[in-house]
Ligand binder design. Sequence first.
Ligand SMILES: Cc1ncc(C[n+]2csc(CCOP(=O)(O)OP(=O)(O)O)c2C)c(N)n1
Ligand SMILES: CC(=O)[C@@H](O)[C@H](O)COP(=O)(O)O
Ligand SMILES: [Mg+2]
Length: 642
Amino acid sequence: MTETPTTQTAPKTPVLDRVTLPSDLKALTDRELHRLADELRAETISAVSVTGGHLGAGLGVVELTVALHAVFDTPRDKIIWDVGHQCYPHKILTGRRDRIRTLRTKGGLSGFTKRSESPYDPFGAGHSSTSISAATGFAMARELGAETGDAIAIIGDGALTGGMAFEALNHAGHLGKRLFVVLNDNEMSIAPPVGALSSYLTRLYAEGPLQDLKAVAKGAVSLLPEPFQEGARRAKEMLKGMAVGGTLFEELGFTYVGPVDGHDLDSLLPILRMLKSRARGPVLIHVLTKKGKGYAPAESRPDGGHATNRFDVATGVQVKAPSNAPSYTKVFAESLIKEAARDDKIVAITAAMPDGTGLNLFAERFPRRCFDVGIAEQHAVTFSAGLAAAGMKPFCAIYSTFLQRGYDQIVHDVAIQRLPVRFAIDRAGLVGADGATHAGAYDIAFLANLPGMVVMAAADEAELVHMVATAAAHDTGPIAFRYPRGEGMGVDMPEEGVPLEIGRGRIVAEGGRVAILSFGTRLAEVLKAREALAARGLAPTVADARFAKPLDEELILRLVAEHEALITIEEGAIGGFGSQVAQLLAEHGVFDRGFKFRSMVLPDTFIDHASAEDMYRTAQLDAADIEAKVLELAGAALAKRA
Ligand SMILES: Cc1ncc(C[n+]2csc(CCOP(=O)(O)OP(=O)(O)O)c2C)c(N)n1
Ligand SMILES: CC(=O)[C@@H](O)[C@H](O)COP(=O)(O)O
Ligand SMILES: [Mg+2]
């Protein structure tokens, strides 16, 4: 049952109402800034209750957002949020409050920072661990005379596990130019953070009394009780840029300041003011926050309210869409668990997305055989390659969009060595509200061009079960299978997965004149189109390719021989399945004979956030578009679009 939120009254926000742009914060007293933070939190909760989206991370940085905008001079100074999922309070303060209830909807605000949306978003994001590199770029451009002010990267403890963040710290420390990195440490990624880095950060704040910095920043060391004075002097030295503690960050060339209570404006404001006036080189400010801060339903969730559907503000109860079928993610996880129960060589790998990939279920059943490597897709791929080289059967489960991070590792460590790594590619195709940064558009193209790679796409959830079995059985080289975000089609499910013959497609429905060869879950739209076309006496033959590599050449050439025209369709960009088929047809001289061929793919543009259905409509890949394409090829009049 769909529940409707009942208590969605807009919060009272007298101070926030006086803020249109960050410059308005300069006129507020520190007392008023405290009130502003409370109102900003209430407004963020209210907005996300209407739109859904990323809640917990934004609530955790409300005070930090206020302090940064109160102290720095944006947009001349550049505030660069890592991932960008925590930027809703920033959007509210930077001239977008009037549109904040359009977040992540068609035509509305993006759920991440986006350069085209506002001058206060100097750098776009969506994927993690990029902020320090980008901020270093801004800082060096300033050194070279560009018209730009301070660069401030805000990066979470989860995003810091991404190797790129360390590449940037290493470089920025070496350059030695003024740059601010705020490490927002809430001891959470989406799942609990992974590894020694997390324990290291915990040790840093276990050793550093928060009290010291607050007093130092206010210039009130002598007011501290005696036991704190020595620590405070030490902190003061840190603020002057003297390396005293030998923290990892200092070794990398940064002045380390912290830890600071990130919800205490009385700490944040004076420290940021002092740093702004005095810092000369790179500074890392270690800020402690709580994900979901100030909203009990978010704080009490294990993930700190990371992402949410629309919800009732009073109760935190989320609106749930009615569901008719299991999600592809769950079908994958349950199938893999069945395979792993039979084969103890099967292991599973996720890069910080155990829940999103369903591997949390696998981990419950096989804790020793499941690895969360943190936000480290490149490592996940090569780690899987190592496991495979040692005779294990790794299933490396990564969203299509994040797998882009590990491409050289797929080529160099997996494909060239023909290692049997199984890639479970979730969120294939358009994903909806997360928009272009999260679209799973390129994996077919970037995998199918690799020698020896097997590339499959599931047309429905039953097919996915068979593809998991196929991957488990395939031991001679790398293999990938892709499936979309969300629910399956509600088809009958097989008891057991049966390995498919590699490179064999299937005919789904016989017809005449035009053939449609589908790769992936557009098959449902193809069948809808077929129904409409049947009413006109033009029912096409429909086939499910199952494999983009190796292609089922026999099936494809048969379709060509028996039809006037062939259409391919896929949930991927140019260069993917359709291009592979076109190449085959060209090699067989099919075009020389004037054969009609069309390839329906995602357009050569980045499609903005909307519902996945809307995005596919924009991409012209729904049933009406397929119908029109068949009519065009069959030489019939174009159907009128509803
Ligand atoms: C390259 C990449 N991998 C995975 C993700 C998915 N992801 C988004 S936010 C997030 C957790 C980030 O944790 P942290 O940086 O600590 O921020 P917090 O949410 O705790 O504020 C993850 C894993 C991503 N955006 N980019
Ligand atoms: C910000 C981010 O990258 C993730 O939180 C992403 O939004 C998760 O997407 P799913 O909801 O598809 O798991
Ligand atoms: Mg975190």
